[in-house]
Design a protein around this ligand. Structure first.
Ligand code: V47
Ligand code: SF4
Length: 352
């Protein structure tokens, strides 16, 4: 733990030992060490981005057991956005980052997405476009019979700068077979991110937790990311995603707030080579999200505007947060709010 507090690498055995020591007395020691680590990296600053999540259509046939966002074509909550609607939202909000992801469907096929990115890039040269998970890259490639490399190169040329970290779920073959066997699994997810890194596309990484996963599986996930990052150096940010149980599913409760904080803290201690850790408030809750800043996180993701994935799974958090509420939330947690852009570059004083 001391090594982690000093931002030094902890060994695999030490990381695994953390998993065995999540007892109430040890838990707070993890939090303290993670706070010391994030303070020595970022002092009292906590960043956020003024962003918009764009989910063009939620129609998806993958049927991941944990997902309430996806719909079949005739489901009452199925929707398809048009280009006009999307562009109007961007024009109205003028976000600095667009986070685009959707379901696996033929309503918004590859070429249509590519064209959307081109249009956004043409109209908003400064907009940071973070778009399409490794799952979507693999799906696009399969649908249009192109290589994943070609798809990534074309998206990059159109204007995609980074890939979001979704679709990683948790690196466990056991859970893969049970919960998301109709889309790519851990091995392909890591391979596609490595490929993106080799093409100069930076990426994020997520971990879905609290849906029947073990601490050993979580630490294995973190160690796999650390090892991948040693080799390809393209991960910018890690985002733990607290499971939202929704209604009538295989598990009735997501992780407790303290468990969420422990995951954030352990991630900060293990991932010595990934610069940023997000405390993702739509899934953890606003208060727990803000507390995550004292448990190793340095970033609150963003104002988001229209979050759908957590909310269709019953999350009680707001769908977006005004800039003022975000800065106030960070201040109340004892940190200095700093607006950043999608590249983690700090914005001008005017936005504070
Ligand atoms: O891949 C689906 C997860 C992810 C549920 O890269 C669920 O900056 C919790 O990846 N409960 C998409 N999670 C969201 C995502 C993300 C979010 C914010 C920032 C970034 C980034 C990435 O949401 C999916 C899946 O793992 N998810 N259903 C659920 N019920
Ligand atoms: Fe589809 Fe993604 Fe939901 Fe899985 S998590 S069902 S791939 S939208």
């Amino acid at each position: 733990m001391d090594k982690g507090a000093r931002c030094e690498r902890i060994s695999e055995d030490e990381a695994m030992a953390l998993a065995a020591s999540i007892t109430p007395d040890r838990l707070h020691a993890i939090g303290k060490a993670a706070l010391a680590n994030r303070r020595s990296r970022y002092g009292e600053k906590a960043t956020f981005v003024f962003n918009l999540q764009i989910n063009p259509a939620n129609i998806c046939g993958a049927r991941c057991t944990f997902c309430n966002y996806a719909a079949s074509k005739n489901d009452p909550h199925a929707y398809v956005m048009s280009e006009t609607e999307i562009l109007e939202k961007v024009e109205t909000l003028q976000p600095t980052e667009a986070h685009i992801v959707g379901g696996l469907n033929q309503v918004w096929p590859y070429e249509r997405n590519l064209e959307l990115v081109r249009q956004l890039r043409n109209r908003y040269p400064e907009l940071h476009i973070k778009a399409y998970t490794a799952v979507e890259i693999a799906y696009f490639a399969k649908c249009v019979r192109k290589s994943e490399r070609q798809v990534l190169e074309e998206l990059k040329a159109a204007g995609v700068e980074t890939l979001p970290g979704g679709g990683a779920e948790i690196f466990s073959e056991r859970l893969y077979r049970q919960h998301w066997k109709n889309k790519i699994g851990p091995v392909d997810w890591v391979r596609i991110h490595k490929l993106a890194h080799s093409l100069g596309i930076l990426t994020n990484a997520t971990m879905l937790f609290g849906f029947g996963d073990t601490w050993t599986e979580r630490i294995h996930h973190l160690l796999t990311l650390r090892e991948t990052q040693d080799a390809s150096k393209g991960f910018v940010c890690f985002i733990p995603l607290a499971f939202q149980p929704g209604e009538g599913r295989f598990i009735t409760h997501g992780p407790t707030p303290l468990e969420t904080l422990a995951v954030v803290g352990i991630a900060r201690l293990v991932l010595d080579n990934i610069p940023h850790i997000k405390s993702y408030w739509p899934m953890s809750g606003v208060e727990t999200g803000a507390a995550g800043l004292s448990w190793g996180a340095d970033d609150m993701d963003g104002t988001i505007s229209e979050e759908k994935i957590a909310h269709l799974a019953g999350a009680p958090t707001p769908k977006g947060m005004a800039r003022d509420r975000m800065t106030e939330t960070i201040r109340m947690a004892g940190f200095t709010p700093v607006e950043r852009d999608g590249r983690f570059k700090e914005a001008g004083e005017g936005h504070r």
